[in-house]
Design a protein around this ligand. Sequence first.
Ligand code: SIN
Length: 359
Amino acid sequence: MEIQHRGFFTTPSVGGRSKFGVACAWMACAFTASVAMFCGTSAMAQGGPIVIKFSHVVTANTPKGLAAEYFAKRAAELTGGRVKVQVFPNSSLYKDKEEMEALQVGEVQMLAPSLAKFGPLGVKEFEVFDLPYIFDGQNEARLITNGRVGKELLSKLEPRGIKGLAFWENGFKQFSANTPIRSAADMRGKKFRIQSSRVLEEQMRVVGALPLPMAFSEVYQALLTGVVDGQENPISNFYTQKMHEVQKHLTISDHGYLGYAVITNKKFWDGLPTEVRGQLEVAVKDATHYANSIAAQKNEDDLKGVIASGRTQVYRMTLAEKKAMKKAFLPAHANMEGRIGKDLIQRVYRETNFDPRRF
Ligand code: SIN
């Protein structure tokens, strides 16, 4: 029987199926999950290495890619080779939405999706990280990821069979397009690829741009063929996906945060021998420290790469231009209260000293 995983837990793809079809898909997935769990358990019982498949969508030479490799190395060292982490970068195993499904059914054991990709799972509160200009800098973002809000957000994944282990940083997103962007008005009428987040959709709509959600692996082609006019990403993602080859302008706008939640299949994690789980927790901690210590530098280095390529003109917004852009985006915060929760937004405001009246 062919097992269909794609989109089985999201409303749009389920919508087209008969009830019987959906029930079959759930049964098939439950079966696959049990087999995957069983295989993992029996490998452990037979004394073979415990294999962790870690899938992600960016290249190996990005903050997340490098941190995943570092985690694999530390896991092998700390467990004396008892755990073997296989890292699959650059969507080589699964694309964005598929990797979430694969984790839930136990076909992969670890992921680090960007925080903008948890909405389709039903954990909409993660989209608070996507509010434009919500963090002045990395320190403000850390107040949330290292604090109680971060912990509470990770715990919301558990009813979905997912355990949140850590937050990894990348950095701040910059706009790119084939025409210069110096103000919100420059975005009007342009099509921008976004991640699967309603907040990002709203961010684009409030300035009259047209958002198009799309898997990360499809962005280069969409820019090349003109399906979209622009996109937003930290420079490390922009450069390593070679977007500078297909975008004439990059604007240092720092308008949004992009970080990751390192997640695992909860049943798999809880089923690990206690000693191994403890060692892996240390490996995650070490990799988190590593990721967060290299991310900013990696983005700086890749900016130099973009400039050296001579393909993309880089424009650094002035403080006044940034302030005007913040003001233009700000209505997205209030418009998204119903989705994310007014209380959560206010908590983040308080903890980071964000005052919307400043703009
Ligand atoms: C990632 O950094 O994992 C991908 C971000 C994106 O989809 O734009």
